[in-house]
Write a protein that binds this ligand. Structure first.
Ligand code: ZN
Length: 274
């Protein structure tokens, strides 16, 4: 069994606010330890279920958060930037399943540190369906033929993930109280939850099919203001929808989907707010 673990940071055990996830802030070194510990719990359980290849993709911010020194020696670590396919770089059809660890709910939804990719995105849609980072990456995985069988994070991302993939196993390591507060399980209990849900997911893998998405796809991003949408729409093939803050582009496959999204948000980020 070959597994791909995409690891974000906001949904990791014990992490509740920006001080844990931004290099240089007071809890960041703790955040890295917590992230590595959550991953080790998942990796140990996966190995017990017979996994023979595990790739961990560090998928938060600088993508250099996980402590290789402390990561389980049987896992390989993909880290650093830039990466064409960002949080799912290297995910392809040779993997049997993907697990999304430390994920968070989408922009505008309740949940610890909820957002979608960067600060410029208000809402993002694929073929008219509202998606956050979980949905975007799960659709990418599905188009590669790989099911997403497990997600970990707070209670809000668990609900968001279940809406898209009802069979998914959800390891809930904390309950959101506000966007920057949560009721956290003890590390002992959250790691037990991660191990148990990983095992359930891998033992019932056939219940979880890859997500199906019609191609070509319509990628629509709603920005904060019209200037950002107008700038995003300079990409050939993209259009600005007059009277809105949205830019839309038709893309052929998951590779164009990811590149176009990254190009749109990077262009939009060059526009000053005032
Ligand atoms: Zn993140």
């Amino acid at each position: 069994m070959k597994l791909y673990l995409s690891a974000d940071m906001e949904g990791i055990s014990g992490i509740v606010d920006p001080t844990y996830i931004n290099p240089g802030m007071e809890n960041y070194e703790r955040g890295r330890q917590l992230m590595t510990g959550d991953l080790n719990a998942v990796i140990e359980a996966a190995l017990e279920c017979g996994a023979e290849e595990i790739v961990v993709s560090d998928s938060h911010h600088t993508m250099n958060n996980i402590l290789l020194e402390q990561l389980h020696p049987k896992a390989q670590l993909l880290c650093g930037t830039p990466r064409d396919f960002s949080m799912v770089q290297g995910l392809d059809s040779h993997f049997d399943a993907a697990l999304f660890i430390g994920y968070h709910s989408r922009q505008g939804a309740p949940g610890v540190l909820s957002h979608t990719m960067t600060g410029v995105i208000r809402n993002m849609y694929i073929n008219g369906q509202l998606v956050g980072e979980f949905g975007f990456n799960a659709i990418y995985a599905g188009l590669c033929g790989v099911p997403v069988c497990m997600v970990s994070g707070d209670d809000q991302i668990a609900a968001e993930a279940k809406q898209l993939i009802p069979q998914i196993q959800t390891a809930i390591v904390k309950k959101a109280v506000s966007r920057t507060a949560a009721l956290c399980l003890s590390l002992e209990d959250s790691r037990a939850e991660l191990r148990q849900k990983t095992k359930e997911a891998l033992r019932n893998l056939s219940a979880c099919a890859p997500l199906r998405t019609e191609t070509p796809m319509q990628l629509t991003i709603e920005f904060a203001h019209t200037g950002e949408a107008e700038m995003a729409a300079i990409i050939p093939g993209s259009t600005y929808e007059p009277g809105t803050t949205r830019a839309t582009c038709q893309v052929r496959d998951q590779y164009e989907l990811y590149r176009t999204m990254r190009a749109m948000i990077n262009l939009a980020a060059t526009v000053p707010y005032v």
